[in-house]
Ligand binder design. Structure first.
Ligand code: FMN
Length: 352
């Protein structure tokens, strides 16, 4: 029997966040507090995935989630586009000394190889972003008793997820930080707010729905549950916790720039993603870029140097729209607070 979301003692999923924020210490702290702790393994090597899952399992016997992107084949961009995308980046003073060439194929990691440690460690949950994994992946997870969840940004995607046999759907509203989970990179997105999408999906589907996007407090979780969600997935709320592996500049900007606002951009990775507005995003507005994930590889050295120099203006600061409500504290304390607020809000809803 696969793990069931309604068995979580607290209906909270700490969002998978590829690129460093999900440390084993944070993932385990969430699982120990009754939630589901997640790793964003999209860009990780099989060894790294195995090490992180082992490390978390030493710290908790609670449920864990391993998350991956479903990468889509991309044709090699024309030489003209390659030149334009590189020239746009080279106009930035901090990129002038960097060697920039269009990445060579293979453009993305081998999902089968990345899933090998998952089949060995058997986390309770496996989730995917950007579309449906191959049927054999879903079948193997089913045989091993691993529940599978897939992100949806609209009803058509939710229906495809249910038909594919997934165990739950993650309703990613427009408030959500990070990449839109749309199946096709440039499909017209409905841009629905989280609660509207949750209502739409939970009304139409039989599988459980997880609410993701702009959920920062236990009151928000109670509202998501009232809209039809079985659980809530929170990303930005966990970024500022002590155990989060978000870069110092990322945490600093989240906590000190409450009016800066978030914006969608393709400029860091080639896919539409929401983060704190910064100089890089402003400078790249309307500029040509390579398709995902080639643009991500292309901007890698620039982002790495920005992290090394603690430069928040030239690294991706993915964040949800409600980031100004983020509360810095230990992960355990945040989980306690969220649970307490959730129980209070639920009680008020039931006995107004
Ligand atoms: C820094 C960051 C990285 C993210 N990386 C991933 C990822 O690797 N896989 C994924 O499925 N979702 C990813 N997301 C999206 C989250 O799963 C979730 O939809 C989002 O955080 C919810 O919105 P919130 O940030 O307002 O809580 C990321 C979000 C953030 C903020």
């Amino acid at each position: 029997m696969a793990f069931a979301l309604n068995k979580l003692r607290v209906p909270i999923i700490q969002a998978p966040m590829a690129g460093g924020p999900n440390t084993p210490a944070q993932v385990a702290a969430v699982a120990n507090a009754g939630g589901l702790g997640s790793f964003g393994f999209a860009y990780s090597s099989p060894q790294h995935i195995s090490d992180d899952l082992s490390a978390a399992k030493r710290l908790t016997s609670g449920p864990l989630n391993a998350n991956f992107f479903v990468f889509h084949e991309v044709p090699t961009p024309s030489i003209e586009l390659q030149h334009q995308a590189i020239a746009a980046l080279k106009r930035l003073p901090c990129a002038q000394d960097l060697r920039m060439v269009c990445p060579e194929p293979p453009y993305f990691p081998d999902l089968n190889a990345m899933l090998e440690p998952v089949w060995l460690h058997k986390p309770a949950v496996l989730t995917f972003h950007f579309g449906l994994p191959k049927p054999e992946v879903l079948e193997r997870a089913r045989i091993l008793g691993i529940a599978v969840g897939i992100s949806a940004t609209c009803l058509a995607e939710g229906q495809a997820i249910e038909q594919a046999g997934a165990d739950f759907v993650i309703a990613q509203g427009i408030e959500a930080g990070g990449h839109r989970g749309t199946f096709e990179p440039d499909i017209l997105d409905d841009d629905l707010p989280t609660l509207d999408l949750v209502k739409q999906l939970s009304g139409a589907l039989k599988i459980p729905v997880v609410a993701a996007g702009g959920i920062m407090t236990g009151g928000d979780i109670a509202r998501a549950r009232a809209a039809g969600a079985t659980a809530a997935q929170l990303g930005t709320a966990f970024l500022v916790c002590d155990e989060s592996g978000a870069t110092p500049a990322h945490k600093h900007f989240l906590l000190t720039k409450p009016t800066r606002g978030t914006i969608f951009t393709h400029a860091f990775s080639g896919r539409r993603a929401q983060g704190l507005r910064n100089e890089f995003i402003d400078a790249m507005q309307g500029q040509p870029h390579l398709p995902f994930p080639l643009q991500n590889t292309l901007t890698g050295p620039l982002r790495k140097i920005a992290v090394q120099h603690n430069d928040g203006e030239h690294q991706s600061l993915w964040a949800g729209r409600a980031y100004a409500q983020a509360r810095p504290m230990s992960t355990q304390r945040l989980m306690e607070l969220l649970e307490q607020e959730y129980l209070q809000s639920s009680a008020v809803r039931e006995n107004p």
